[in-house]
Design a protein around this ligand. Structure first.
Ligand code: 13P
Length: 222
């Protein structure tokens, strides 16, 4: 199997896994992987179950497609995230039910649980609303993701990026899990939040944890 075919197959497998893991359904969502000076992205308006690896679309950073299908209508958002974050190797956009519940309520996910730090800070922010596939939406999302790796999209869904497809799928699953717990906690009443000091402590421990090193000593309850 050629390397290029393998990338197309893995991209399609990730798109299928998004639906299997209930992050997405039908033709919603899209996913991409950085390839050379461009990226490979799922086609627009095609159910993933009906796609073959040959339906994945190669795009240059100036948006010129190569392939027999139209690229996802959100190609600009994916492109802009690759340009903004040189460390991004994969981008995923989906309509996960619990993320979308919060996004429709125009709520971000605050520091109600320490795992919010998985997206790189003390909240998973909310990007404002703009029409799907628009340059305005891409601008709002890239603004929300200046120092985060995941955000909700008002009245739409969520987007995240990571080093590769496996990591980006795992991040999407984690963010959806946090959204589910937060939305359920909100149903009970006011949800207390961790302080910025406590979240700074979590961020420091995350950095050590990711490298498999010993966790820093705990100071002042942080
Ligand atoms: P595409 O089918 O064009 O990828 O669009 C799906 C979507 O979720 C748009 O936001």
């Amino acid at each position: 199997m050629s390397g290029f075919f393998r990338q197309r197959r893995t991209l399609l497998d990730t798109a299928l896994a998004m639906n299997r893991q209930e992050l997405n359904q039908g033709m919603a969502g899209n996913v991409s992987i950085r390839v050379g000076n461009g990226f490979l992205i799922t086609p627009s308006a095609m159910p993933y179950e009906e796609c073959t690896p040959a339906d994945m679309v190669l795009l240059s950073m100036d948006g010129r497609p190569q392939g027999r299908r139209h690229p996802s209508s959100e190609w600009r958002l994916h492109r802009d995230l690759y340009l903004q974050h040189p460390e991004a190797g994969a981008v995923l956009h989906a309509h996960p039910p619990w993320c979308t519940v919060l996004a429709c309520l125009e709520r971000e996910i605050p520091a109600f649980h320490y795992m919010v730090a998985v997206a790189g800070g003390d909240s998973i922010p909310l990007a404002g609303y703009a029409a799907f596939g628009s340059a305005e939406l891409s601008a709002l999302v890239t603004q929300a993701l200046v120092d985060r790796t995941a955000c909700l999209m008002a009245h739409h869904g969520m987007v995240c990026f990571a080093g590769d497809l496996k990591e980006v799928l795992a991040l999407a699953v984690e963010v959806e899990n946090l959204a589910r717990i937060y939305a359920r906690a909100l149903q009970v009443g006011e949800v207390p939040l961790l302080s910025s000091g406590q979240m700074a402590g979590v961020m420091a421990r995350f950095a050590a944890y990711r490298h498999g090193g010993p966790l820093p000593e705990q100071e002042d309850g942080a």
